[in-house]
Ligand binder design. Structure first.
Ligand code: FPP
Length: 235
């Protein structure tokens, strides 16, 4: 797994899907699946640091996930909050900068406070940016950006105006978007930012995603010929 030979992305976005199915297949509860999902997050972050990735965006909870049972929703928030509580010092020491993407004010106060604390305490860190998409929906983000621009009194807008009003303001667009569990759709994830992203789909359920799986995705990405609408390099 020599990643040094690969042409690596700067920004990877991951749609971490399949926690529930991973658990049900093993006769476990969906919550156990989410707990094991956190273990996969830890491995992914460590590998992202090792390869020198600049930004890792993790889709933790969508604006549509409120349709789930309250018990599961509360469970997910509790798991994320506990994870941030226990691993925060280690991440801060490693120079990780935590950012969020989404309407976090609508989250329960405990997790909202924890997220804000992590963002504020790591804002000057210079290492890997871990961008947590939580209560995030791309359509919601675009509508919010347009409303911000209206409030600012804009009569017409440029691409940069829109970019500067997205949650991802200041971040490069994702070079690679990975989705686990075999589903092949974006599910309202970074619709604007993914205009020229490369996509990688794997059948692996998120809790089984490990360093080897990440390397495989990076190797596949490394082979892609990115033209951004320009000429074909290889002809
Ligand atoms: C998708 O699996 C997963 C989620 C909606 C929650 C993701 C949350 C975590 C992995 C927790 C950790 C996150 C961070 C950022 C620390 P699913 O429940 O949709 O699975 P299914 O499609 O098999 O039902």
């Amino acid at each position: 797994m020599n990643f040094k030979k690969l042409n690596l992305p700067e920004h990877v976005g991951i749609i971490m899907d399949g926690n529930g199915r991973w658990a049900i297949k093993r006769g476990l509860t969906r919550i156990v699946g989410h707990k094991m999902g956190v273990e996969a997050v830890k491995k992914t972050i460590n590998y992202a640091i090792e390869i020198g990735l600049k930004v890792l965006t993790l889709f933790a909870f969508s604006t549509e996930n409120w349709k789930r049972d309250k018990k599961e929703i509360d469970g997910i928030f509790k798991i994320v909050e506990e994870y941030l509580e226990t691993d925060f010092d280690e991440y801060n020491n490693k120079g990780i900068k935590i950012r969020t993407m989404g309407d976090i004010i609508k989250l329960p106060k405990k997790i909202y406070d924890k997220l804000l604390e992590c963002v504020n305490q790591t804002c000057n860190n210079k290492g890997l940016v871990v961008n947590i998409a939580i209560n995030y929906g791309s359509r919601d983000e675009l509508i919010r950006a347009v409303n911000n621009l209206i409030i600012q009194g804009k009569k017409s807008v440029e691409i940069e105006d829109l970019k500067n009003n997205l949650y991802s303001e200041g971040l490069p667009d994702p070079d690679l978007i990975i989705r686990t569990s075999g589903e092949m759709r974006l599910s309202n994830f970074m619709l604007f930012q993914s205009a020229y992203s490369e996509f990688y789909f794997t059948k692996t359920y998120w809790p089984s995603f490990n360093t080897k799986s990440f390397y495989k995705a990076l190797k596949e990405y490394s082979k892609r010929d990115r033209r951004f609408g320009g000429n074909h390099k290889k002809i």
